[in-house]
Write a protein that binds this ligand. Sequence first.
Ligand SMILES: CC(C)(COP(=O)(O)OP(=O)(O)OC[C@H]1O[C@@H](n2cnc3c(N)ncnc32)[C@H](O)[C@@H]1OP(=O)(O)O)[C@@H](O)C(=O)NCCC(=O)NCCS
Length: 247
Amino acid sequence: MTTPGDAWWSPWREADGSLILHVDLRPDEGREQRARSLLDDEERRRADRFVVSGARRRFSLCRAALRINLCERLGCANDDLSFGYLEHGKPFAKVNGTPSPVSFNLSHSGANGLIGFAEHDGLGVDLEERAPDRNFDGIGSSVYGPAERRALTAATGTQKADVFYRLWSLKEALIKALGTGFSLNPSRFEVPAAMLGGARSSVFRFPHAPSDRWWLMDLGEPRFAAAMAYRLPPRAPEGGTGPRPGG
Ligand SMILES: CC(C)(COP(=O)(O)OP(=O)(O)OC[C@H]1O[C@@H](n2cnc3c(N)ncnc32)[C@H](O)[C@@H]1OP(=O)(O)O)[C@@H](O)C(=O)NCCC(=O)NCCS
């Protein structure tokens, strides 16, 4: 995949056949105009409905970067690409109206976005910029499970925000991989015990569907918390022999 010199996205991580792009979402009038020119009528109307300019910028820059990279992968023209949406809003690509099998997901927060592409079905990506001053224990009590709440309560000082956003991004990557988003109450499942203990990746099962296995990866770095999850094929090995993050 090539990245033009004036691109606002760049390769960020590669792992297990997945590629994750980082998207620079800082204000830039020239980029925003170029991005807008790539959107279709429906997307432009959606962009115009955002009251807050930051939200409009994040949507437009991420959607245009997604379009350019999908067109390159699918070998199609921008005008031939459109998006359909599953029940809870998860987008999928269509070329000339026909659904494409390419698996992707994206997330944006503040000045940073991530776009993931995978060979695997059911991909979820999440990025959270860490805001230092929030009622972490209060919010955590409604969205986290018992072991997660204990980990959050035990954290002190700046660790508190780190634990809160790490858990949030791990859980949101999972519900985005599943496609439900927050229509599934996130307190109904907990991240794997190994990851509560600090592991960067693990197999995960939702309690309501234990036969499906997911691979969950913590991709957090100093700028933001981030995570990726994807559905494992039914017969893939588990535990110590599972896939490994690439870096
Ligand atoms: C999916 C969801 C968690 C994303 O929240 P967010 O704060 O916008 O977070 P992110 O920036 O990480 O992700 C946004 C991107 O995820 C993708 N997305 C949207 N819905 C999605 C879903 N259900 N599953 C996976 N990905 C989804 C889109 O590409 C979206 O980007 P876009 O708006 O620029 O197109 C949230 O929108 C949600 O929970 N949606 C479902 C809501 C629902 O069904 N509610 C029912 C009543 S509770």
